[in-house]
Design a protein around this ligand. Structure first.
Ligand code: ACM
Length: 639
């Protein structure tokens, strides 16, 4: 992008419109005069009053895609700029990432050229720089463990063994586990020394492993002696977590010997606080290649997270290969200036795609399983289906007025229609293929953010409401989701969904688990209705949210400001009544990727908040300690 011969700069001022105004300056950095072009940009700060612009002509908008033409006859000589203002935006800008995420121009001959974009500048007010978010921290015990164990009573040693080696008689499965965790560390930190060996070494320390009845499958116990380490575990996951703790202790002592040590005596007794320790990744808004997904799984394993919620579909793309419906991953993934799906969220002149072939999915699921991580796939239905409906136009009610409703993200008519029988045969086929790919107990069916008023202009939906004696968008949604739940029941799968699944009558709570994302209170209300709940409130656990108020801090802000210290301290079961706590199955980080245009950006927002959620998921409340966390978290591997 940096070498594009055109650049678009934007500033936002509180003056000029109800929600302020953008001033755009487009500069021709090429060697040739420029005329007769159109400019497109993508921005989450959408224009909702098209005519509210100055020195430009509004051409069209679709969700975050906007296109303008310069005034008739404008010619930009090399080095010259065109400036225009846009004031009809739907909310005031608050951060430097609220402007244009990408741009391109379309020339008179129909070809397209990239335009470099800059961070949004703030005009008329002080633009505060981002603050320091992580203190240096303080350790009471010099051990590089994260998440911190439930119980630790260990004494730091002076030196550390070169390796821990498997005692003679270690079982094949134990040797394999040692090999797996060694490989995990090497993938995460390629420069690291191997923590374990299968061969006795005179400078190493012997490691005795034993399976112990009575320990939970995820539990383990470590006993340290000057010349030996004993690891007792309940099941394969507990064994992996015990070995991971040993690898963290050794790697910390080796990498930062002034700060961290390896224990010479004492014990660690450890098991997780919650059964569901999740991390979600939205691969629709931005595509993540298989290697990146696998690396995120590696990081999750390092942090003892056990559930990967894979958000595979959304308005912007359907990423899961479905053999029965190949257009989902041809038409349904390609975004570009001349594609049915327009550029969004950082796309420019080039078409971009990306999807997971079923062999990719099998490889990712196997990689996760080897790390004791279950993959819970999500197809987000009935809302968030703009890409699906472009790929499968037969699923649209042809009599429904276009633009009859808009999602909160600005997509028109983007929900699968509950009154079209082909919708259900489509979903049966999709779920049939999913159950062969994903061994998880749960399939996540989304259920979030269906627009108020959806389907109300569809004659087919009206006829269905009459036939069923129901009325309104959410009664229809409940009708639809009950049919989807029946499909899952028939295939022995449980339903996971976002909290709005409960709207309009919901689905049967048995074998249903809902994720409370809109706010913490929703989780308690769902538990009262009998649903199992995972807490993932945007105000604490959405990793796309800004980490500080400052204008120069990047990120989304609709759920507020989420500093790492808050994410760490937040207690998800906080106000749950004692009688409902058993319904709260755990916690989850969500990585929504509208803003995630680069690896650097990913790392800046996901860390240290992902490890903070991992510790909240694992470590008992009484053992949480922000200063200790802050001192250890710089060791956490990133993407
Ligand atoms: C969501 O954030 N729409 C689940």
């Amino acid at each position: 992008m940096a070498s594009a011969p055109y650049r678009l700069e934007a500033s936002w001022s509180a003056e000029g419109g109800e929600h302020g105004a953008f001033t755009f300056t487009f500069t021709n950095l090429s060697q040739a005069p420029l005329s007769g072009f159109k400019l497109a940009y993508t921005s989450l700060y959408r224009v909702i009053i098209p005519e509210a612009c100055d020195n430009a002509v509004f051409l069209r908008r679709n969700a975050n895609f906007h296109q303008y033409a310069p005034p008739e006859g404008l010619v930009l000589a090399p080095g010259e700029s065109w400036r225009f203002t846009v004031s009809g935006i739907h909310r005031p800008a608050r951060h430097c990432t609220d402007g244009a995420k990408s741009a391109y121009i379309t020339l008179e001959d129909g070809t397209h050229a990239d335009v470099a974009v800059s961070d949004l500048l703030l005009s008329g007010r002080v633009s505060e720089p981002p603050p320091v978010l992580l203190p240096q921290g303080k350790l009471d015990l010099p051990f590089a463990l994260q998440p911190w164990p439930a119980k630790i009573d260990a004494v730091p040693g002076e030196g550390f063994p070169v390796v821990l080696y498997a005692a003679e008689g270690a079982e094949l499965e134990e040797r394999r586990a040692i090999s797996e965790v060694t490989a995990l560390l090497h993938r995460l930190i390629p420069s690291a020394h191997a923590p374990f060996s299968l061969v006795a070494d005179p400078q190493g320390r012997i490691l005795h492993l034993s399976k112990e009845e009575g320990l939970g499958t995820e539990a383990y116990r470590l006993r340290f002696e000057a010349n030996a380490v004993h690891l007792a575990y309940g099941g394969a996951a507990g064994r992996q977590y015990g070995l991971t703790s040993l690898a963290q202790l050794l790697e910390g002592a080796r990498a930062r010997p002034q700060t961290f040590r390896f224990p010479t005596s004492g014990t660690i007794e450890d098991s997780p606080r919650y059964g569901w320790r999740g991390c979600h990744l939205d691969v629709s808004r931005q595509f993540f290649p298989v290697e990146d997904v696998n690396r995120l799984l590696d990081i999750m394993a390092w942090l003892k997270l056990n559930t990967f919620h894979w958000h595979l579909t959304d308005d912007e793309a359907w990423r899961l290969e479905i053999k029965a419906y190949p257009t989902l991953t041809t038409t349904g993934v390609l975004r570009g200036p001349d594609e049915p799906l327009l550029p969004q969220l950082g796309n420019g002149a080039a078409s971009v795609g990306g999807f997971y072939a079923q062999d990719d999915v099998r490889a990712i699921v196997a990689h996760a399983a080897a790390l004791s991580i279950e993959v819970v796939p999500e197809i987000d239905i009935p809302g968030h289906n703009a890409a699906t409906l472009v790929a499968l136009p037969d699923l649209v009610d042809g009599q429904e007025a276009p633009d009859s409703y808009h999602s909160v993200q600005g997509y028109p008519n983007n929900a699968l229609n509950p009154a079209i029988e082909a919708t259900y045969s489509f979903l049966e086929a999709v779920i049939d293929e999913m159950v062969t790919l994903f061994p998880s107990d749960y399939i996540h069916i989304g259920g979030d953010e269906v627009a108020h008023g959806a389907w109300m202009a569809s004659p087919l939906a009206k006829a269905l409401m009459e036939k069923e004696g129901i009325s309104g968008t959410f009664a229809l949604q409940s009708y639809f989701l009950k049919r989807v739940k029946a499909m899952l029941d028939q295939r022995g799968k449980k339903l996971a969904g976002w909290n709005e699944v409960a709207h309009g009558g919901g689905v049967a709570p048995e074998n249903s688990l809902l994720m409370a994302w809109e706010n913490p209170k929703v989780g308690i209300a769902l538990a009262e209705e009998g649903y199992d709940v995972v807490m993932t409130p945007g105000q604490a656990y959405y990793l796309d949210m800004v980490q500080a108020e400052a204008f120069q801090e990047p990120g989304a802000s609709w759920a507020g400001t989420v500093p790492p210290a808050h994410t760490y301290a937040y207690e998800a079961e906080g106000d749950f009544p004692e009688t409902l706590k058993h319904r709260m199955k755990g916690v989850q980080a969500c990585i929504w990727t509208e803003h995630f245009l680069s690896r650097g950006y990913f790392n800046r927002l996901v860390f240290p908040r992902l490890p903070a959620i991992a510790e909240a998921a694992w470590t008992p409340k009484a053992q949480k300690n922000w200063e200790r966390f802050a001192a250890i978290v710089p060791l956490c591997p990133q993407l």
